[in-house]
Design a binder for this molecule. Structure first.
Ligand SMILES: NC(=O)c1ccc[n+]([C@@H]2O[C@H](COP(=O)([O-])OP(=O)(O)OC[C@H]3O[C@@H](n4cnc5c(N)ncnc54)[C@H](OP(=O)(O)O)[C@@H]3O)[C@@H](O)[C@H]2O)c1
Length: 266
C-alpha cells in the first residue's frame, strides 16, 4: 500500500472518531504520520484518544466536539481547524436502531437522517474545494450491507445507508478526474458500540473495526465501493438476484428472527 500521506496529504478529518470504526481509522492514519481532526460529541473520549496518538506518533491532533445532527455544526468545526487543509475526509459517524417503523421515534429518525445523510453531504461539499484545488484527496463514506436491499426492521436506517452508497458511487465517478479517490465501505456485523446497541449479535462472523479499515484502505483508489468480509460479500451478492418482493421477504424473515432473538420482550 502506497503511503497514504504521500498520496493524499497531511490532514485527515474523521467523523465519529470517539469509538468503533472511526477510532480505528484514526489509529491507522496516525501510524502513517497523518495529522488528524477528530470529530464526535464526546469530547473527553476524543481528548484521551488524541493525547495517546500525539505521544505515540508525534502527529498533530485537533479535537472538534460537534453534534453533526444539529444545524451549523460546520461553523464550529471550521473554527476548531483554523484553516488546516483537509484532503482526507472520513464520513463515518452514524446511528441507527432496530424496530418496526410504526414504533419509531420520529425525532430520533429525523436526527439519524441529518447525521447519516445530510452531514456527509455538507462536509464533502465544503472540503472538496481544497481537494479540487490541490488535485488530490480521499473521501470515504460508511454504507452497510443493509444498503444493498430494503431492510425491514431497520427500514429508515437501511435507507440512509443506501443513500451513502449511491452518493458515494456517483461521486467516485465525478471526482476521479480531479485526482480524488472516493470509496464507500459497506460493513456487516462489526464489533463496535453501535453493533452492541443495535442487534447485540456477536458470532464468529463478526468483524473487527480494524478489519473494516483495512478493507477500506486496500480498496481506496481501486474501486468505488467494497463490502467488508467474505460472508458479507456473499449476503450482498444475494440481493442482486430475484425480485424485490422475494429479496425483501427473505430479508424481513431474517431480520424479524434476529430482532426477536435479541429483544425477546419486544
Ligand atoms: N458496527 C456495525 O456493525 C456497522 C455495520 C454497518 C455499518 N456501520 C456504520 O459504521 C459507522 C460507524 O459506526 P460504528 O460501528 O463504529 O459505531 P460506534 O462505535 O457507535 O461509533 C459511532 C460514532 O459516531 C459518533 N456519533 C454518533 N452520533 C453523533 C452525532 N450526533 N454527532 C457527531 N458524532 C456522532 C459517535 O460519537 P459520539 O457518541 O461521541 O458523538 C461515535 O464516534 C456508522 O456510520 C454505521 O452506520 C456499522
Amino acid at each position: 500500500m502506497e503511503n497514504l500521506r504521500t498520496r493524499y496529504g497531511n490532514w485527515a478529518l474523521i467523523t465519529g472518531a470517539s469509538s468503533g470504526i472511526g477510532e480505528e481509522f484514526a489509529r491507522v492514519f496516525a501510524m502513517q504520520g497523518i495529522n488528524l481532526v477528530l470529530v464526535a460529541r464526546r469530547k473527553e473520549r476524543l481528548n484521551k484518544i488524541a493525547e495517546e496518538l500525539i505521544i505515540n506518533h508525534k502527529i498533530e491532533v485537533i479535537v472538534s466536539s460537534a453534534d453533526l445532527s444539529k444545524e451549523n455544526f460546520l461553523d464550529s468545526i471550521l473554527r476548531d481547524i483554523n484553516g488546516k487543509e483537509i484532503t482526507i475526509l472520513i464520513n463515518n459517524a452514524g446511528i441507527g436502531k432496530p424496530g418496526e417503523f410504526k414504533d419509531t421515534d420520529i425525532n430520533y429518525d429525523s436526527d439519524m437522517i441529518k447525521l447519516n445523510c445530510l452531514a456527509p453531504v455538507v462536509l464533502t461539499e465544503h472540503f472538496l474545494k481544497t481537494m479540487i484545488k490541490k488535485r488530490k484527496g480521499a473521501i470515504i463514506f460508511l454504507g452497510s450491507v443493509v444498503a444493498y436491499q430494503p431492510t425491514p426492521v431497520m427500514a429508515s436506517y437501511a435507507a440512509t445507508k443506501a443513500f451513502n452508497l449511491s452518493f458515494g458511487n456517483a461521486l467516485w465517478y465525478e471526482l476521479k478526474k480531479y485526482g480524488i479517490d472516493v470509496l464507500t465501505v459497506n460493513p456487516g456485523n462489526t464489533a463496535t458500540e453501535f453493533n452492541r446497541m443495535v442487534l447485540n449479535d456477536k458470532s464468529i462472523l463478526t468483524r473487527t473495526a480494524r478489519q473494516v479499515v483495512n478493507s477500506s484502505l486496500k480498496s481506496l483508489g481501486k474501486k468505488p465501493n467494497v463490502v467488508d468480509g467474505f460472508f458479507n460479500k456473499l449476503i450482498t451478492a444475494f440481493s442482486k438476484f430475484g425480485s424485490v418482493r422475494t429479496i425483501v421477504t427473505v430479508t424481513g424473515l431474517i431480520m424479524n428472527n434476529l430482532y426477536k432473538k435479541n429483544y425477546p420482550s419486544k
